[in-house]
Structure formats: structure tokens, C-alpha cells
Design a protein. Structure first.
Length: 444
């Protein structure tokens, strides 16, 4: 129930933003255009020598055939680190050249899945976005990180791996999280002080530092470049001016506003009931839910505009973790719940608007889009929880990379970061790590 509520919650206020990020023609949503091209290839008929659908199936066959090579036959092609091959016994060479455990300088890949797994396909983003990402990545990874690690030994960086999301003691050993948690899953201050402060790899620490800057720059960018347009769209909603796409969509019945309002009220009421009556499990106070909703709603419009024009979606994970960690420290489960309600509901709202733009391009009835998305979210949320529970009970040592084989696919790197973030922001709290009591106060 909690998973479904936090995913559906954002749909309630997303409907209020359709006129700002769906109806304007210049809010073009680059990734949505790829889906439009796919649907046109599958359904439209043309008289070219090679039809679209034939070309699609030919490309699909080639892609599938090639993937068997780096995916199953020669998995080494996924990460070709020639620097590591030349200097196999050099630790520095492994740190510089490894694409898995280091900076990946000179590393190559012949696996498209590895290219598009994190930032998605570079073929669907505007050129200026690709350049911006490349310059930012090169600056951080090939300039800032080496200077901080080898030049200044920032935060005693040489004691820890150059690239890691794990938490460490001052001596460079992995931090024993279980030793500082009590029976209520709260921080045991005495045991924490006994084991010492938590230390991060220089890459992990600087990632959070740049993450703080990302949220601020998102708001600044939208205000500076799209503030006037937002106000014009707001005024136009009262005047009634419409573009050609909106006029074509007039043949379909609009979604009544009370659908969105009702969905928002119902999910809020159910979520509040979970916080009040299942507080031992959720551990988040009722006011935390309302606060998370306010943050998510406030950031949905600017982040939707960024996504609609650049195909990049900044996350609210850092700001939600940070804020609630300051207000309600020492409670990791409550922090995770606040983070998911604040971050996931916003992400779902952006995804909801993206799908509505697809319907806008393809002239799909809005009510049908709404019902399909709502029902699909209900089913997906339930099935995902069931599959996750089955995996946790079926695969031995899942997500525990210390006990898994070296080539195991069940290391769960994303979930590992999620867990470590709950320790940093929820259990220990930002004051003891990024505040005056921690080692990384300069990152604020």
C-alpha cells in the first residue's frame, strides 16, 4: 500500500501542470519523440523501398545478435580497460583506467547497454546537453577527482578507494553499520562515538557536494530562462489561446479536474493513515508526509521543464534526505519514507506528464491515458514488491558483495547507494557528516 500511494501521489498534482509542460509546443520531451517514431514505424504504411517496420525489425535483429557477444560470449567487451592490461600490477593504473572500480580513463565498451544504462541513450538528447554532460563529467572525473585524491589528499582520500559508495572508518576499514543501530532501528550514539565518524571516498563525497549545487542550479535555470514563459502560460490559461496541437486534441473529452483532486486527496488520506496507525513500521510522523508532498509539488514544475527541454531529470533524493535528516535525525526508516514520498512522487509526476505528452503527439484520448497509467501503476507497484520479496528470499547473500562471487550480477549497486544514503542522512544525520560535527562541512 505504501509503494502504490507514493507512486500515485504525484499524479494528483501533475494534472494541474499539463498546460505548462504538455500543451506548449516547445516543451518537446526528446525521449517521447523516440516512442512516437517507434509507433509510427509499427503502424504507418509507406511506399519507400524499405518500409519503416522492415527497417525496425532489421535493426532489432542486428542489435539482438550483437548483444549476445558482449552479453554472453565475450563479456570482457563490456569493459575494455587497456591501461589495466598494460600495467596489471599497478594500483595507480587500476585506479586511473578501470571502468568498474576507477576513473575509467581510456576505458572502452562495445556493449550498448553499458553506454545507455545510467544517462540513457545519448542519441535522444539535444547536442548541447551531450556537450554539457561530457564537459561536466570530464571536469569532475579527470580534473577535480585526481587533484583532490593525489594532489591534496582531500579528507585523507588516500586511505579509501578512489571510487566507492561504501562507508569507512578513519582507518579505511568498512564501517560496521549494525554496531550503531539499536533494536528500534535508531542511532545508538554511544556505539557511534565508540566506532568513530563515518568517512566517504572522495568521489562519493564530491558527488554529494555537486548534488547540492544541482538542485540550486535547477531552480535558478528555470527562473532565469523560463520564468517569463510560465507567467505567460498562466495568463493564457485565462484568455483561452491555444496552439494547433491543443486544438486537435479538442475532439476528445478533457479529464475533469476532480479526478486529479480526488486522487490526491485519497492517496494523502491513506498515506496519513499509514503514518498514524502503522507508525512503528513507517516511523515517519504525519507532518513529515505533508512536508514531503510540499517539496515534491514545488519541484515538479521546474524539473519537468528541465526534462522536457533537455532530457535530463535532476533528482530530489539529496534535498529530501538532507532536509529531513536535519529535522528528524537518527531514524533511517523515517528518512527513507520521507525521501521516497518526496522524490518518487515527483519522479512519477514527471513520468506521468511525459506520457501525457506522448498522448498529445499521438492524439490519444486524455481519459484513456489517465486510466491506463493509473491501472498500470497499481499493477506494477504490487508486482515489483512481490518480485523483490521473492528475490530476497531466493538468492543467497543477495546485495552483499562481500559474500557473493566476483562475477555475480546480484551486487545491487543502486540499492547499496540507497542503503548507504539512509545511513548518512537518516541514521547518523547530516550534522554529524556534512555539518559542524562532521568531516565534510565544506560540501554544504
Amino acid at each position: 500500500m505504501t509503494v502504490v500511494c507514493m507512486q500515485v501521489l504525484g499524479y494528483g498534482w501533475a494534472g494541474l501542470l499539463i498546460k505548462y509542460v504538455v500543451k506548449p509546443a516547445h516543451m518537446w520531451w526528446p525521449s517521447t519523440l523516440v516512442q512516437v517514431s517507434l509507433f509510427r514505424a509499427l503502424h504507418e504504411k509507406d511506399e519507400h523501398r524499405i518500409s519503416r517496420i522492415k527497417f525496425f525489425f532489421f535493426a532489432q535483429l542486428c542489435s539482438l545478435s550483437w548483444y549476445t557477444i558482449p552479453g554472453f560470449v565475450f563479456t570482457t567487451l563490456t569493459n575494455i580497460s587497456w591501461v589495466c592490461w598494460i600495467f596489471p600490477k599497478s594500483v595507480t593504473a587500476q585506479q586511473i583506467g578501470s571502468g568498474m572500480k576507477g576513473l575509467g580513463l581510456g576505458a572502452l565498451t562495445l556493449d550498448w547497454v553499458a553506454v545507455a544504462s545510467f544517462l540513457f541513450s545519448p542519441l535522444i538528447s539535444p547536442f548541447f546537453v551531450i556537450v554539457n554532460v561530457f564537459v561536466g563529467y570530464a571536469t569532475v572525473v579527470y580534473v577535480v577527482i585526481p587533484i583532490a585524491y593525489w594532489g591534496f589528499n582531500l579528507y585523507n582520500a588516500n586511505r579509501f578507494p578512489i571510487f566507492s559508495s561504501h562507508l569507512f572508518t578513519a582507518q579505511g576499514q568498512k564501517y560496521n553499520i549494525s554496531a550503531i543501530v539499536d533494536d528500534k532501528f535508531e542511532l545508538n550514539v554511544a556505539d557511534y562515538e565508540k566506532q568513530g565518524k563515518i568517512h566517504l571516498s572522495v568521489f562519493f563525497a564530491l558527488t554529494y557536494g555537486f548534488g547540492f549545487a544541482t538542485i540550486a542550479s535547477t531552480l535558478t535555470h528555470v527562473v532565469c530562462f523560463y520564468g517569463r514563459e510560465i507567467m505567460e502560460r498562466y495568463r493564457a490559461s485565462f484568455i483561452g489561446r491555444e496552439d494547433i496541437h491543443t486544438k486537435l486534441m479538442k475532439r476528445y473529452r478533457e479529464i475533469p479536474s476532480w479526478w486529479f483532486h480526488s486522487l490526491l486527496v485519497v492517496t494523502l488520506v491513506v498515506s496519513l493513515a499509514l503514518c498514524i496507525f502503522l507508525n512503528d513500521q513507517v516511523q515517519m510522523p504525519w507532518w513529515g508526509l505533508l512536508f514531503a508532498g510540499v517539496i515534491a509539488f514545488g519541484f515538479t514544475l521546474p524539473i519537468s521543464i528541465i526534462t522536457a527541454t533537455t532530457n535530463q531529470t535532476p533528482g530530489l533524493n539529496i534535498v529530501t534526505e538532507y532536509v529531513f535528516g536535519l529535522i528528524y535525525p537518527g531514524r533511517p526508516i523515517a528518512n527513507v519514507c520521507f525521501k521516497t514520498y518526496g522524490y518518487i512522487s515527483m519522479a512519477q509526476a514527471v513520468s506521468f506528464l511525459s506520457d501525457f505528452k506522448l498522448g498529445h503527439y499521438m492524439k490519444i484520448p486524455p481519459r484513456s491515458m489517465f486510466l491506463v497509467q493509473f491501472i498500470g501503476t497499481m499493477l506494477a507497484g504490487t508486482i515489483n514488491v512481490g518480485v523483490a520479496w521473492w528475490l530476497l528470499n531466493s538468492i543467497k547473500n543477495i546485495c552483499n558483495d562481500d559474500l557473493l562471487p566476483a562475477d555475480s550480477p546480484w551486487t545491487c549497486p543502486g540499492d547499496r547507494v540507497f542503503f548507504d544514503a539512509s545511513v548518512i542522512w537518516g541514521l547518523v544525520g547530516p550534522k554529524r557528516i556534512f555539518g559542524s560535527q562532521g568531516n565534510y562541512s565544506a560540501m554544504n
